[in-house]
Design a protein around this ligand. Structure first.
Ligand SMILES: [Zn+2]
Ligand SMILES: [Zn+2]
Length: 626
């Protein structure tokens, strides 16, 4: 029936609505939409819309989370992450909710006749993981770019060969986009000059993004297409187009403001449709990796449409308007995917809903993300003592001798942001990597007079260097860390030998000290910084070994169980969802994963290779295929 009404008239309506939507930033009001278009005034179109609406209202097939089959899982290790009943024999799911856990004989007597019986055959059942800090929107932007990262390439020869192979797939004129360029992980890698890129791809605009997303390189055509010519002024001292002594571009673009015209051009060449498809694929990939919920930490948008897109995809049910827009192909078709909890950027205040009591258990705006410092690989992590002074820091990372980094906000600014958002009921998450950055933040909380008994669940993000005094203060003031643990795995060797030195590298990411001070810490990959893989995070947390196999900070090793807590129940607690997700417990949502091995019985050195076989959100198995 739906196919039959997709005639010429609908296509006309479709394109007219599409233009309206784009021009008006998603005015989700069908009456307004109808009023503002001449074409829609015709009776034929009214009738078609009426039929579409009727079909939608009567249709069961709207792809919302269905109440699904009732399921009984048995015959494999079940790790609940609940101390009262750590390893039941069976779990029974009714209407997407965990109805009972316990002995197989007892539970199997009380199930509904249509129950789907899942024999685990020795595979392990666990609560789904919760990604505490990730960036789905940038991940969608980078999704199908050529991967030049040091995670995939070990030598510069391999990297440039890969680049040359790939560019033959592109038609002349199409943008060639690359991600992950990384001089720390790929030994001897030298940034490409504009003439080198011109010689490799003279007929295509080329843009290469660094792994840190602070630096970019482009060829001449990319500069031209983005409207940048030698007379274009640099946005500011820290964000510029590098020029040689003759005033010609070298190809290097520093920081976001200078990159903005390129981004605009790239976004329009990718097209909105592709970005929407990529967004859905990125969400499915989280599920494929074992996540049933994600926390979008400081989502990189100031555009309401992006939020509306994520709301449409993840909310428990979509609105009628959004369902019509999905039918018209303006929004993607809904498929079951991960829950999405969002922290908005402090500089996108217009995106905040009127109340922190917005959303549902599947999609919700939780709070605000602030930045107090930057990254160790650009010298913007704010340190007490300077970075190491050597050829690598000076010439590759461009960190001048004696540099310690600087705070990105004054203490007064930080304090007023915290007070504003806290009083409106939002959680506050602050990006801070350096020791002095975290000390400053805790002093600001102290000055504000934060009452620990108020259950704000404010958090500090990344926490590479955090001294004991700050840990104790966080514990006293009920502020909790999310650790960017894979800095240790991927960059541990560079941090130790070249960037911060052995003694600070040995003290970094102090998980055990946090646990001993009752901090409910979580672990994150900060995708797209590192790939969002929970078993990679767990592996690093319990082995503390760098990619080259060197152990750093033995005194901060934690157990596998503590690592699993960080990825499940602690992560649920940090987003105020611990009553509903994060463990296998009667009454909680059936957010579950099936693993090929039991992590509690796997050799610690093999944890990274554990595979996720199935992921269930609200009792629905997620289809993560393309
Ligand atoms: Zn951050
Ligand atoms: Zn981040």
């Amino acid at each position: 029936m739906l196919v039959r009404i997709k005639n010429h008239d609908v296509i006309k309506v479709q394109s007219s609505v599409k233009n309206l939507i784009i021009d008006n930033y998603f005015l989700y009001n069908p009456v307004k939409l109808i009023k503002s278009s001449r074409i829609m005034r015709s009776t034929i179109v009214y009738s078609i819309l009426f039929v579409v609406l009727l079909v939608l209202l009567l249709s069961d097939d709207n792809n919302d989370f269905s109440e699904g089959a009732d399921i009984l899982f048995y015959n494999g290790p079940i790790i609940t992450m609940e101390k009262d009943q750590p390893n039941p024999e069976a779990v029974y799911i009714e209407n997407g909710i965990i109805k009972s856990t316990g002995d197989y004989d007892l539970i199997s007597k009380n199930i509904s006749p249509a129950t789907l019986i899942v024999d685990l055959k020795g595979k392990t059942l666990l609560p789904g993981f919760i990604d505490s800090h990730t960036h789905p929107a940038i991940s969608a932007f980078l999704y199908d770019m050529i991967d030049l990262s040091g995670f995939t390439h070990r030598s510069k020869e391999e990297l440039w060969n890969h680049f040359s192979d790939k560019i033959s797939d592109y038609k002349p004129g199409n943008w060639i986009l690359c991600k992950g360029f990384d001089q720390i992980l790929v030994p001897g890698l030298i940034p490409p000059s504009i003439s080198f890129l011109d010689s490799l791809a003279p007929d295509n605009p080329v843009l290469i993004a660094s792994q840190s997303l602070h630096s970019y390189w482009a060829n001449s055509l990319a500069f031209r297409e983005s409207g940048i010519n030698p007379t274009t002024p640099d946005p500011d001292i820290s964000s510029y187009y590098e020029r040689d002594t003759n005033g010609n571009f070298t190809g290097y673009i520093a920081e976001q403001a200078a990159f903005e015209p390129f981004k605009k051009e790239i976004l329009s060449s990718l097209g909105i449709k592709r970005l929407k498809e990529n967004s859905l694929m990125v969400l499915k990939n989280y599920a494929k990796n074992g996540y049933t919920s994600i926390t979008s930490m400081g989502i990189t948008t100031s555009d309401k449409k992006v939020i509306q897109l994520y709301k449409h995809i993840s909310s428990k049910t979509s609105t009628i308007t959004n369902r019509i827009l999905a039918l018209l192909d303006i929004l993607p078709k809904r498929e079951n995917t991960v829950r999405n909890f969002i922290f908005l950027r402090y500089d996108a205040a217009h995106l905040f809903p009127s109340s922190s009591a917005n959303g549902d258990d599947f999609f919700k705006i939780m709070g605000v993300k602030l930045w107090y410092d930057g990254s160790p690989y650009t010298g913007s992590m704010y340190l007490d003592a300077p970075y190491l002074d050597n050829h690598f820091t000076n010439n590759v990372l461009h960190i001048p001798p004696g540099h310690t980094g600087i705070p990105l906000l004054t203490k007064n600014q930080l304090s007023s942001y915290i007070m504003k958002y806290q009083s409106e009921g939002w959680q506050v998450a602050i990006h801070a990597q350096g020791d002095i950055a975290i000390r400053d933040i805790m002093n600001v909380y102290d000055d504000i007079g934060l009452q620990p008994e108020n259950d704000f669940r404010h958090r500090i993000e990344h926490c590479i260097l955090i001294d004991n005094e700050s840990i104790e203060k966080m514990s006293k003031m009920n502020i909790h860390p999310s650790f960017h643990i894979n800095h240790l795995y991927y960059y541990g060797d560079a941090l130790e030998k070249q960037i911060i030195g052995a003694s600070r590298a040995d003290q970094m990411l102090p998980l055990k000290a946090a646990a001993e001070n009752s901090l409910r810490f979580t672990l994150h990959a900060d995708q797209p910084m590192f790939p969002s893989k929970p078993f990679s995070l767990l592996h690093t947390a319990v082995n503390r070994k760098t990619k080259d196999g060197k152990m750093l900070g033995k005194q901060n090793l934690i157990t596998v169980y503590q690592g699993l807590e960080a990825l499940t129940i602690n992560a649920a607690w940090q987003i105020k969802m611990d009553e509903k997700i994060g463990s296998i417990k009667e009454g909680k949502y059936a957010d579950l994963i099936i693993l090929d091995r039991n992590p509690l019985e796997t050799d610690k050195e093999d944890l990274r290779s554990i595979r996720v076989l199935d992921t269930y959100v609200h009792g629905n198995k997620i289809n993560w295929s393309q």
